[in-house]
Design a protein around this ligand. Structure first.
Ligand code: FAD
Ligand code: SIN
Length: 526
């Protein structure tokens, strides 16, 4: 058993932000299940939203966030995040993030749903620059230990104590060390779940392979409520390519003037879906428009075209996307890019308050694993990295402020492997994983019906039994841990979708096409 002050599950924007604040006073262990830069943070393209222009106001950013979120957002959270955004950008600049500037002033780009230019960015690869700066800052701090290749399996709670404490406290995690194949008992007074989203529940997703909702599933199993899991965001413009399946084409391409075209007619089609905001309507509207065009015309993809701008303009704004596409034989300076919608962001998650606290004492959450009330029914573009910085910092401050009230972990039983053997049927994992992702895509996607949701629920109930049986008999591997979490999260998504009897934001269900008068969160209680 190894003991730390605080354990943070996740080395992305949320986890490292929390670690850097906490390290002033506490010893922190940061876990990543693969590489430290393996989460979504490093893949972010567009940038980070913040009011930094004299012509813009906090009120504008708050309104845009609430409009995109279809009124489901919690206003105090939106205010908290928006008002803390400029300070978050300043901290990142101090850590060395080389944001683009023009004449010493931060360059602000534009994305869908934003009424003003307010996205700071590093070319079209903002996430990589942010991840790099956070990692270097964390690595230089003696109070931070970063441990890659360590897969958290379950939260440690009272039922794992040698002697019951009769509390609901969380005291760290059991984690599989991929290097040794052993499960370690890692205890702490406080634990922060910063484990990212659940995009890989879907067949097509822009998210990295590890986005299997582990933290959401772990917190749920430990007894924490989750909220708004039906609000799965689909990005309108993922590259359509038979070799490269999940490459995002940033929304900033539309922000800088790109048009969506129907490849059959060669004409712009957004006027039929949102004639005022056109390609810069919020993401749920544009994704549904792309999906509708593809289905109505029997297409494989729609076109995203910015070739009416000069080649210099395109290459200057989107150097990484340009290079990637050229490598695939697509020249975006002379012709359109084939794109399709794909799952992109998990708006729901572990329910937290303004201090990142969950229902369970000692357990905090931040970033994409959490549901803070910021995004409501649909996340406004480039608000999520921002949420990671603000809530990572808030959770860290709350832990430091309440440290003396947090009990030391009791003696914890080690992981019991006495009744399991090595699996001889790994194909079962692959088969079940593919099955889940396929029916989630087909039955719980951009446009839903009650009948399809019920079909998905039925399949989940069948597969859950099989996965649990498998989990009970065989030694854990990363794939098995992820599969167990994937089925848990799929279940939460479908149950939440069935519970919402209206169409709001990202949840569009043909049986209930209208909006109910009151916006209410879908909160599931274990
Ligand atoms: P992540 O960065 O995903 O990190 C998760 C961490 O948890 C990883 O270190 C992972 O290893 C670890 N982890 C997970 N499970 C376990 C486990 N069981 N045990 C141990 N460790 C575990 N947002 C914006 O605001 N602006 C953008 O421009 C933007 N562009 C995007 C582009 C793409 C292609 C994608 C996919 C997302 C984009 N987003 C963007 C969304 C944004 O990147 C994410 O919401 C954000 O980075 C999430 O950060 P996070 O710290 O919560 O999680
Ligand atoms: C993008 O660059 O289009 C992604 C922005 C985001 O997801 O916030």
């Amino acid at each position: 058993m190894s003991n730390f002050d605080v354990i943070i599950v996740g080395s992305g924007a949320a986890g490292l932000s929390a670690a850097i604040t906490l390290a002033r006073t506490h010893k922190v262990l940061v876990l990543a299940k693969g590489d430290l830069a393996g989460g979504s943070t490093a893949w972010a393209q567009g940038g980070i939203a913040a009011v930094l222009d004299a012509g813009d106001t906090f009120e504008n950013h708050i309104d845009d966030t609430m409009v995109a979120g279809a009124g489901l957002n919690r206003r105090e959270t939106v205010e908290f995040v928006v008002e803390n955004a400029p300070a978050a950008i300043e901290r990142l600049e101090e850590m060395g993030v080389p944001f683009n500037k023009e004449a010493e002033v931060l360059h602000l780009t534009r994305e869908g749903g934003h009424s003003h230019r307010r996205i700071v960015h590093v070319d079209d690869a903002t996430g990589w620059a942010v991840q790099d700066a956070l990692q270097k800052t964390a690595a230089a701090h003696p109070n931070i230990t970063m441990q890659p290749n360590m897969v958290a399996i379950d939260l440690i709670a009272d039922r794992h104590a040698e002697t019951s404490t009769g509390t609901k406290n969380v005291w760290g995690v059991y984690a599989l060390n991929n290097a040794t194949g052993r499960v370690e008992t890692l205890t702490s007074r406080a634990t922060i779940m910063a484990s990212g989203g659940a995009g890989r529940t879907y067949l097509f997703s822009t998210a990295p392979r590890g986005a299997t909702g582990d933290g959401i599933a772990m917190a749920w199993r430990a007894g924490a409520r989750v909220s708004n899991m039906e609000m799965m965001q689909f990005h309108p413009t993922c590259l359509y390519n038979l070799e490269v399946k999940n490459f995002l084409i940033t929304e900033a391409v539309r922000g800088e003037g790109g048009h969506l075209l129907n490849p059959r007619t060669g004409k712009r089609f957004m006027e039929f879906y949102d004639s005022k905001r056109m390609e810069l309507a919020p993401r749920d509207i544009v994704a549904r428009a792309n999906d509708a065009e593809i289905k109505q015309f029997g297409l494989d993809y729609v076109h995203l075209d910015i070739s009416h701008e000069t080649p210099e303009f395109v290459k200057n704004h989107f150097p990484n996307i340009y290079d990637k596409l050229i490598g695939l034989g697509i020249d975006m300076t002379t012709g359109p890019i084939p794109v399709v919608p794909a799952q992109h962001y998990t708006c729901g998650g572990i329910l937290i308050d303004l201090n990142g606290r969950t229902d369970l004492p000692g357990l905090y959450a931040a970033g994409e694993a959490s549901e803070s009330g910021l995004h409501g029914a649909n996340r406004l573009a480039s608000n999520s990295l921002l949420e990671c910085f603000v809530f990572g910092d808030a959770a860290a401050r709350d832990i430091a402020a309440h440290w003396d009230d947090m009990p030391e972990p009791p003696a914890i039983r080690p992981w019991d492997e006495s009744r399991v053997t090595d699996s001889d049927e790994e194909v079962v994992i692959k088969q079940t994983w593919t099955e889940i992702r396929r029916f989630m895509w087909n039955y719980v996607g951009i446009v839903r019906t009650t009948k399809r949701l019920e079909r998905a629920q039925h399949r989940i109930d069948l597969l859950r039994g099989e996965v649990e049986e498998y989990y009970g008999h065989f030694r854990v591997t990363q794939d098995l841990i992820e599969l167990r979490n994937l089925i848990e999260v799929a279940d939460l998504i479908v149950k939440s979708a069935l519970a919402r009897k209206e169409s709001r934001g990202l949840h569009y269900i043909t049986d209930y096409p209208d909006l109910l008068p009151e916006a209410e969160d879908t909160v599931l209680t274990p």
